[in-house]
Ligand binder design. Structure first.
Ligand code: NI
Length: 163
């Protein structure tokens, strides 16, 4: 496993839609492992493939609920409710902004062996799933935010999370 180089806002790879994964390959499995390692190294709770420069519909998520998972070609099949909270992104360092998203989401996806799975989440888990899935369509959270990006304040650091 290896830590991959993160891409930052302004890098055009973050603005492009990703292609679906048609077939699992050894190099995509390495990519998934590397994405987890890169996310943990950066203290993130989620990471999407374009954030390491790969335009594939893959993201990894670990919101510290003892259920880390990968999403491959995910599709939202149900969502409900609403939540508003600050988000951050490993590709937009030092910034945050308030974003309103559904409170609950149900997603159809593939796991790392390309088996179909249904993943559900509420609260932070739902927010993270939707944030990462936006990356697969070339959308940074600033586009969905209720306000411009603002600097993360030092005292907020403990509550801050990034994907
Ligand atoms: Ni992000």
């Amino acid at each position: 496993m290896a830590i991959r180089k993160l891409r930052y806002i302004g890098d055009e790879v973050l603005d492009k839609p990703c292609k679906p994964v048609k077939k699992m390959t050894p190099s995509l499995k390495v990519l998934i492992d590397d994405m987890f390692e890169t996310m943990y190294d950066a203290n993130g709770v989620g990471l999407a493939a374009p954030q390491v420069g790969i335009l594939r519909r893959i993201c990894v998520i670990d919101v510290m609920d003892d259920d880390p998972f990968v999403l491959i070609n995910p599709e939202v099949i149900e969502s409900s409710g609403e939540q508003t909270a600050d988000e951050g992104c490993l590709s937009v360092p030092g910034k945050c902004a308030s974003v309103t998203r559904p409170y609950y989401v149900k997603v159809r996806s593939l796991d790392r062996d390309m088996n179909p799975v249904i993943i559900e989440g509420e609260g932070l888990r739902a927010r993270c799933i939707l944030h990462e899935m936006d990356h697969l369509d070339g959308i940074l959270y600033g586009k969905r935010a209720n306000e411009p990006y603002r600097d993360v304040e030092q005292e907020e650091d403990q509550e801050e999370w990034e994907e």
